[in-house]
Design a protein. Structure first.
Ligand SMILES: *[C@@H]1O[C@H](CO)[C@@H](O)[C@H](O)[C@H]1NC(C)=O
Length: 312
């Protein structure tokens, strides 16, 4: 409450994505459809994993957790973006802006940690199959998932600590459709050069670091599979290719965004839309597309849901 006295700025204004009416309509239809499908697809994965005893294994539990986080990834920015598309004055309050920054960083870093855990799970399954059940015990899985939450919360709080006391007195226009931290900091009326550097370094370091860890683990897994190529390896490789696709889709735009401040604002916005809507929408498709077990289980859950509605 005291904050409001210092800073004259109590709300921010988004410039949004475009001024063209046609593109707005297109974006509205496109992102609404993707958002709804993303919610449905990820909920279906969670339901299937929870209700199907055949899928009660670490790999699928982690996949369900990824789906849960993907729901968050798209819900942090997408509904607001759709809501703002046709508003003349796209205003967001100071508090909502900071909240959005917090959740973007919480969920983004949780997703990265979870992708690393999933890579570790595949590494153990493929490279140390005899120890799989002892290493990835239910207890260990829960420990990993809790660790992902804790790391996410710490990262998000650290980012907030940097910005929460910044004074805002001048311009309050963000050329974006969500509160992204780098642009937010630039609006503060103090010298923020070092802060900008720190925030970019923090997020850049985490995303590039996780990306490198993931790449190394995939290379190790692929080399191991090639050395002992046997019957099971093609199945292993097909799950792995799904993981790699997801990782590239998630990190590609992100790393580009943080390490390569683009002169084209449109490119930045496009990449942000990509990570906010398209990646969380694609994840369930990528993971289930080539996974027979998952497809069969989904059909079973769907038919059960239909039968349930007939009975009741
Ligand atoms: C996330 O993973 C944990 C540990 O394996 C599991 O108990 C939990 O059910 C998963 N959460 C979801 C939403 O599937």
């Amino acid at each position: 409450m005291e904050k409001a006295n210092y800073s004259l700025v109590t709300e921010f204004i988004f410039l949004g994505l475009t001024n063209s009416w046609k593109i707005e309509v297109f974006l509205f239809v496109f992102s609404s459809i993707l958002y709804v499908s993303c919610i449905m697809g990820n909920c279906l994965i969670m339901l299937t994993v929870i209700y199907d005893p055949h899928l009660h294994s670490p790999m699928y539990f982690l996949l369900a957790n990824l789906s849960f986080i993907d729901l968050g990834v798209s819900s942090v920015t997408c509904p607001r973006m759709i809501y703002d598309l046709f508003r003349k004055h796209k205003v967001i309050s100071f508090g909502s802006c900071v909240t959005q920054i917090f959740f973007i960083h919480l969920i983004g870093s949780m997703e990265m940690v979870l992708l690393i855990i999933m890579a570790f799970d595949r590494y153990v399954a493929i490279c140390k199959p005899l120890h799989y059940l002892t290493i990835m015990s239910p207890r260990m899985c829960i420990f990993f998932v809790v660790a992902a939450w804790i790391i996410g919360i710490i990262h998000a709080i650290v980012q907030l600590v940097f910005v929460i006391d910044l004074p805002f007195c001048g311009p309050n226009v963000l050329d974006s459709f969500y509160c992204d931290l780098p642009r937010f900091i630039k609006l503060a009326c103090t010298d923020t050069y070092r802060l900008q550097f720190m925030v970019t370094a923090n997020s850049g370091f985490i995303s590039v670091g996780s990306f490198i860890v993931l790449l190394i683990s995939y290379v190790v897994i692929i080399l191991t599979v090639q050395k002992h190529s046997s019957g099971g390896s093609s199945k292993a490789l097909s799950t792995l290719s799904a993981h790699i696709t997801v990782v590239v889709l998630f990190f590609g735009p992100l790393i580009f965004f943080y390490t390569w401040p683009s002169p084209f604002i449109y490119l930045d916005k496009f990449l942000a839309i990509f990570d906010a809507i398209i990646t969380p929408f694609l994840n369930p498709i990528i993971y289930t597309f080539r996974n027979q077990e998952m497809k069969v289980a989904m059909k079973r859950v769907c038919s059960q849901l239909v039968n349930f509605r007939k009975i009741s």
